[in-house]
Design a protein around this ligand. Structure first.
Ligand SMILES: NC(=O)c1ccc[n+]([C@@H]2O[C@H](COP(=O)([O-])OP(=O)(O)OC[C@H]3O[C@@H](n4cnc5c(N)ncnc54)[C@H](O)[C@@H]3O)[C@@H](O)[C@H]2O)c1
Length: 254
């Protein structure tokens, strides 16, 4: 890349978000890191000198507008947006109350929309750029207990496909990178609540035909590739990174 441009990453304190920040920093991007609070980003900003941290609840359109304006006013030209912030409780339909439904849609879908609405016009002014909206294979394959999460992520894919077409003539690519099960610290922590954590991890790994979960760094490398000129003709369609899950459903190798 010639002159460094700014990449905005939402959910940058999370497993995939932090790995993406490290991968994009390696590729020479300047970083604007967004999460619920700047405290959550302290470790990452210490590790990545020059990265700026912004606290923003992405469910709030006014907060997103103010944060995006601050990022645009205070840094170099914007070149990329990666929407990684997300929530996803596993709850059967009977337990999916109004609050869980609304909150999941608010963070995963509306939050992504608000960020796209603020950043795409700026990328247009800059003459192009890339947006990666992190989706999930739950939008493509059924999984019990994921009604709100899957619906929100299906929305993320629809949103990305639409914006990809709407902005294709402006040199802007919009790509819904779509991970399968990924071994983030949060996912690893979840095993500790199971009766047999090792068995829970093994069962989870069997969902993917390659017999293991993706590592956050592998999703981040895909995102960094999508943000690079090497992916110049990739836009719109989901880019699935799931160890074969959405092709085969379960591992036949174990
Ligand atoms: N880990 C997986 O197996 C997996 C699989 C497919 C897709 N994904 C998606 O990848 C993305 C990152 O997942 P992860 O596993 O790294 O999760 P994570 O929980 O480690 O990270 C999510 C981040 O989003 C932030 N966030 C949540 N609500 C927010 C809000 N209202 N405002 C601002 N920030 C908010 C959290 O603080 C957290 O830092 C999510 O969108 C998730 O749905 C994850």
């Amino acid at each position: 890349m010639s002159a460094p441009k700014v990449a905005v990453i939402t959910g940058a304190a999370g497993g995939i978000g932090a790995a993406t920040a490290r991968a994009l920093a390696k590729d020479g991007w300047d970083l604007a890191l967004v999460d619920r609070s700047t405290d959550a980003l302290d470790g990452l900003t210490a590790e990545l000198p020059g990265a700026r941290a912004f606290g923003c609840d992405i469910r709030d359109p006014a907060a997103v507008a103010a944060t995006a304006a601050g990022i645009i006013a205070g840094g170099g030209p914007l070149g990329a947006l990666v929407t990684c912030a997300g929530v996803g409780d596993v709850v059967p339909l009977a337990g999916t109350g109004d609050e869980l439904w609304s909150d999941t849609i608010a963070v995963n879908l509306s939050g992504t929309f608000y960020w796209c609405r603020e950043v795409l016009p700026e990328l247009q002014r800059q003459g192009g750029g890339v947006v990666v909206t992190v989706a999930s294979t739950t939008a493509l394959m059924g999984l019990p207990g994921r009604a709100a999460y899957a619906a929100s992520k299906a929305g993320v894919i629809g949103l990305a496909r639409t914006l990809a077409i709407e902005f294709a003539g402006d040199g802007i690519r919009v790509v819904p990178v779509t991970p399968g099960a990924t071994l983030t610290p949060l996912v690893r922590q979840g095993y500790q609540h199971a009766e047999d954590p090792a068995a829970a991890e093994a069962a989870h790994a069997r969902l993917q035909p390659i017999g293991r979960l993706s590592r956050p760094e592998e999703i981040a490398d895909t995102i960094a590739f999508v943000c690079s000129p090497r992916a110049a003709t990739i836009t719109g369609a989901p880019l699935v990174v799931d160890g074969g899950y959405s092709s085969g459903g379960v591992s036949w190798n174990s």
